[in-house]
Design a protein around this ligand. Sequence first.
Ligand code: ATP
Ligand code: MG
Length: 412
Amino acid sequence: MNAIIITVGDEILIGQVIDTNSAWIGSTFNNYGIDIKEILSVSDDLESIENAIRSSLKKADIVVMTGGLGPTKDDITKVAICNYFKVGNTFSQVTYDRIEKIFAKFGRPMKESHKDQCFMPDNATLLMNDMGTAPGMLFIEDAKILVSLPGVPFEMKHLITDRFLPYIKENYTLESKIYHKTIMTAGEGESFIADRIAHLIADMPEYIKMAYLPSLGSVRLRLTAKHTDEILIKNKVDHYAQLICQELGSLVFGFDDQSLEETLLKIFTEKGLTLTTAESCTGGYLAHRLTSISGSSAYFLGSTVTYSNEMKMNLLKVKESTLSAHGAVSEETVKEMVMGLLTLTGSDYGISISGIAGPDGGSPEKPVGTIWIAVGNKNKIEAYKLNATKDRLRNIEYAANVAMNKLRLFIS
Ligand code: ATP
Ligand code: MG
């Protein structure tokens, strides 16, 4: 089966709201074995919505719409659907009772617009919405399915997961199954990886597709197989994933969207070790990333944000002579930062980062994007230099990613 997603709302077209609904539906349907043919966004305009429904139902088995179901005047998806099917509205007492209950619970009066919201297209099958007032609606025409859902992301997700997909499961058999496996790598770019595994990719059966998904400092390799034989595709994909991992060795740090911070949590807690960080140009971002993972308190003791030279000297005992001879962005300084950090905190391992995040502040010897990272323990400290870009936020993220990866390689 295949699907087209239509998101409705002027706010999406003018960039006020970013269309995350399509991305979520796309990935959820894809995992379920439903192909996405197109994603459309249309304005809050009757004709545009009706035209989008008409052309999409011609092309796809399923058309999913989100948005425009609420009680406000600009929410006109329902009118467009009635126009398209040439049907009228019927008052839905069930929906009214549910909305009344919700309002009673919050001790607030129902407005006239909420009563209007209870008129449903005559041919709609309602999908009960436990997370909000507007129910989802399902329509069948000539073996095609149209489903219209509220725009609010958590209501939409609830209706897809708990109402729509169970309906599909009960009433349709999907001809092909889909199996995905994602290999997480860090430390080399996609072309390097592509060269290394080219012979394996060439050997794969044609029902397995490979996608390279690069981000700052890491590349995800996603293997997707589609076939009627569910066991065959799982075995084949797992087999090739294993061969790719063998070929790439320590570049691989995990599977299926496991993050570097999750990987560090696993390594450190298994070994019973502790970590601290000393951050200059990343301003605490690395600590934020590490502590965004539940359970990080088991190994992460804390961070110093030592932005100025004085803080580096006072707190981390970086020598004044080091700073004046080599500067704050140097191999010598980041190594002394780790040494000072380990003494200050008593942690087993430490990471330090100092760089010129930009866009200003560079010099010919140290251009914007020069970032030094050190990782180590009491016995050994290693430093690495990055030549990043002029984009401040990207540099901060890149430095944090590389620092986590360098520590992973150092410790394992
Ligand atoms: P409501 O009952 O809240 O009016 P609705 O079905 O009318 O729901 P919209 O008014 O279109 O939905 O959108 C409600 C809110 O949901 C928007 O303000 C926006 O924050 C969010 N939203 C809508 N569409 C999307 C989308 N495609 N991606 C992400 N968020 C969205
Ligand atoms: Mg609305």
